[in-house]
Write a protein that binds this ligand. Structure first.
Ligand SMILES: Nc1ncnc2c1ncn2[C@@H]1O[C@H](COP(=O)(O)OP(=O)(O)OP(=O)(O)O)[C@@H](O)[C@H]1O
Ligand SMILES: [Mg+2]
Length: 335
């Protein structure tokens, strides 16, 4: 069975993402402080007839970074160009993108932590002075050429801010962390998505999906879509509380929104390492997951739930985790 969590986004996800992506500020639920801040930055820049500062968005996958970038461009009335760290292999790739921008455009650079060190060096003057210093030729014949760039706003997005070098981080005028959403905001998001997808859903069912969607809009949308299938095939199309519960149990998404991958990690931590502390590498090996997937996908939510704690010696499973899995009897006695 395919996982509900987003490891490698599939085509289907992209279609769902863009179908449900808020296109107006008023549809972008929650993150009020960030929205307010961004609007001030944009309004002030407009009043000075300048392009706004470069912005960095960081936070877990599916919390709304890309969506926010589109809204910024829209608010500025400019085009948005999209690229991602792994797509820019050489300085030439960056030059091609930057020289094709028009004055005031937004360049959205997703997975910015994956931009290589050499390319990063070229980004600095581009961000600071809107110039690109290209080196033509090799060895003693090499010459540098300075290209003037249009004034643009770079929006970087990353799930791993710690991997950004500080010179790069320092070149952003404002840095925003997207947080997990509140249950109320999640319900609003699910309601909006059901309206857009013409899904009839009972308020109780909204609550159930909201509670199990890891406080993450993309997960909520994906769960909603799966639950709709159950309502259609096993019911009369209406998403009731019973159908939502049945469908999510069938998909092995538990009451806290944990799925089999999360449980595998917690179980490895408890059963193989006696609850920890254990290092990431060992935990990854024991649970047969990639370290990056644990860091990006599983751990932030497990920590948010209070199931895993990070200590200087490694990860430990909390009492809550034992309780949730019904394994309290296995908990070693703390002296
Ligand atoms: N604040 C929000 N209000 C309503 N819907 C939202 C919000 N944030 C995200 N969504 C929904 O979740 C989907 C995923 O959001 P988005 O693609 O912006 O996440 P992301 O942070 O860029 O994720 P990734 O790190 O995987 O690229 C969007 O298509 C949209 O439908
Ligand atoms: Mg994104």
């Amino acid at each position: 069975m395919s996982s509900i969590l987003n490891k490698k986004p599939e085509r289907e996800d992209e279609v769902l993402d863009s179908a449900l992506r808020p296109k107006k500020w008023s549809d972008y639920v929650g993150q009020d402080k960030i929205k307010e801040n961004i609007r001030i930055i944009i309004t002030a820049a407009k009043q000075r007839s300048q392009s706004p500062d470069h912005l960095l968005f960081y936070g877990n996958s599916g919390l709304g970074k890309t969506t926010l970038a589109y809204l910024v461009a829209q608010e500025m009335g400019k085009e948005i160009r999209i690229t991602a760290g792994p797509a820019i292999e050489r300085a030439g790739d960056l030059a091609a993108i930057l020289t094709n921008l028009s004055e005031g455009d937004v360049l959205f650079l997703d997975e910015i932590h994956r931009v290589g060190a050499t390319v990063e060096e070229y980004l600095y003057p581009a961000m600071e002075d809107y110039k690109l210093n290209l080196i033509l030729g090799k060895g003693p014949m090499a010459r540098t050429m300075e290209l003037k760039l249009p004034k643009f706003t770079l929006i970087g997005a990353t799930t791993r801010p710690a991997l950004l070098s500080s010179p790069l981080r320092n070149r952003f005028g404002a840095i925003f962390q997207l947080n997990f959403y509140t249950p109320e905001d999640m319900e609003k998001i699910i309601k909006r998505s059901s309206d857009l997808l013409k899904i009839k859903i009972e308020p109780e069912a909204l609550k159930i999906i909201s509670n199990r969607s890891r406080f993450t809009p993309r997960v909520a949308n994906r769960l909603l879509k799966r639950v709709r299938d159950f309502a259609q095939v096993q019911g009369n199309g209406l998403v009731t509380k019973e159908i939502a519960e049945h469908a999510l149990n069938f998909l092995e998404v538990d009451k806290m929104g944990l799925e089999s991958g999360d449980r595998k990690i917690l179980l490895a931590l408890i059963e193989k390492f006696n609850g920890g502390p254990v290092g990431l590498q060992s935990l990854a090996a024991a649970s047969m997951e990639e370290e990056g997937t644990i860091l990006d996908i599983y751990e932030p939510y497990l920590m948010q739930c209070g199931f895993i704690e990070r200590t200087p010696k490694g990860r430990i499973a909390s009492r809550l985790a034992y309780e949730h899995l019904g394994l309290l009897h296995m908990r070693k006695q703390l002296i």
